[in-house]
Design a protein around this ligand. Structure first.
Ligand SMILES: Cc1cc2nc3c(=O)[nH]c(=O)nc-3n(C[C@H](O)[C@H](O)[C@H](O)COP(=O)(O)OP(=O)(O)OC[C@H]3O[C@@H](n4cnc5c(N)ncnc54)[C@H](O)[C@@H]3O)c2cc1C
Length: 370
């Protein structure tokens, strides 16, 4: 019987495997890809989509079309459980899919523990596709009045989201929203001082208020409450409080690491189950902690593709080498950015130009396979 490969999630770490899926199907392997949406959205351009720089179709990959074109099976559903002993995955649709090799690229989620009640007018910054709905909602409300928008969080996505909401507010016929970033202790606390200063200056110059030392304890539609009990009435809330790995893996009894992702060794397979691979935000790399950035997911692509094939054909696995320091560029929403690597920090239009060029090139490369 043909061996079965299952790709759980069609995220950034599976891009190369998806692009060359025919190499698997041509060898007679049955490949099934599972994802909640027919498309996968590129997070690096998500804030830019919110701000209106990019259209949704410019920042997404047509996962289902690609999979089917390459001879695979696409299931639009969510993986809700993995049974590593029986070698099956359970889908929210009720289907159970058997596998010989499984690769998890299930990403991460924004914790919603602070949210009480419904998510009406509350936007977690993931999944990225929701940011398009957020932009529509801002447009709807801002044509009538100056609305108040809160961004809860202090990291890069909070800065990018705030800057791009500002951009959206500059569209004609809009009343400019009042934007406040509730930054906990400080803005970009784990970034170099030069990056922090540039971000703070950029936001302040556009009247985006940053509330430091203000830890939000509760979020509900229309209202935030901080740790001291002070309440803030707002119209829309964005939650950018960091991410945690998809819980499906831990809940399935597969060993997880300190951050809650699937614990994988240098071959990017589970430390306990040799036929369960993983990449991107849903893994904890055993050798050293990796930041939850798309850069690592992208770097894992060639290795995952090779090792998935090797695990099915019996060839030798290769070890993943995470590489050195990576380039970080933030899109501030006003055609400027902040670029940082090693001790170099560059702000302004050049930084955004470089980010836009890299991101568009990435999209072109993989959209070409569609
Ligand atoms: C606003 C924002 C901006 C960012 N900008 C950058 C940046 O510029 N550069 C950078 O390096 N990093 C950036 N990051 C971090 C980056 O998003 C993540 O590190 C990256 O998305 C990880 O890729 P991934 O494929 O592991 O996860 P994801 O991109 O989350 O992909 C996971 C995939 O799995 C699917 N999925 C989820 N649950 C299930 C399920 N149960 N069953 C089946 N499929 C499922 C999802 O639909 C998705 O397609 C940003 C993050 C955010 C929130």
């Amino acid at each position: 019987m043909n061996k079965k490969l299952v790709l759980a999630g069609g995220g950034h770490a599976h891009m190369l495997t998806l692009a060359h899926l025919d190499e698997f199907t041509n060898k007679g392997f049955e490949v099934t890809v599972i994802g909640p949406d027919t498309h996968h959205y590129y997070s690096g351009m998500g804030p830019g989509m919110l701000g209106g720089i990019y259209r949704p179709e410019e920042i997404r990959f047509a996962t289902r079309d690609l999979v089917e074109k390459k001879g695979g099976i696409f299931k639009q559903s969510q993986v809700i459980r993995i049974e590593p002993v029986q070698q099956t995955v359970q889908l929210s649709s009720g289907e159970v899919i058997p596998y010989d090799a499984l690769s998890c690229n299930l990403g991460s989620q924004v914790p919603d523990d602070l949210v009480q009640g419904s998510l009406d007018d509350i936007f977690l910054v993931k999944p990225i596709e929701r940011l398009y709905r957020a932009a529509q909602r801002i447009r709807e409300l801002s044509t009538k009045k100056n609305i108040k928008i809160a961004v809860v969080g202090s990291g890069p996505s909070a800065v990018e989201i705030a800057g791009n909401i500002w951009r959206l507010g500059q569209e004609p016929n809009m009343h400019e929203p009042v934007i406040t970033v509730f930054a906990g202790r400080s803005l970009l606390p784990s970034h170099p001082t030069g990056v922090q200063q540039r971000a703070a200056t950029s936001l302040a110059a556009r009247s985006i208020k940053v509330m430091k030392n203000c830890r939000i304890a509760e979020i509900q539609t229309g209202q935030l409450t901080d740790a001291q009990g002070t309440r803030y009435d707002v119209d829309l809330i964005f939650v950018a409080v960091g991410v945690r790995p998809n819980r499906v893996i831990g809940e399935s009894g597969i060993p997880t690491g300190p951050q809650g992702g699937m614990l994988v060794n240098r071959y990017l397979h589970s430390t306990q189950y040799k036929n369960i691979f993983g990449g991107g935000d849903c893994i904890d790399f055993q050798d050293r902690p990796l930041d939850k950035v798309g850069v690592y997911a992208v770097r894992q692509n060639p290795l995952l593709k090779h090792n998935l094939m090797a695990s099915l054909t019996g060839e030798r696995l290769r070890a993943f080498e995470p590489g050195g320091k990576y380039l970080l560029i933030f899109n501030l929403g006003d055609n400027t950015g902040i670029l940082s690597k090693w001790s170099v920090v560059v702000g302004g239009r050049l930084a955004f130009f470089v980010k836009d060029w890299i991101d568009r090139r990435f999209m072109r490369t993989f959209q070409a396979f569609e």
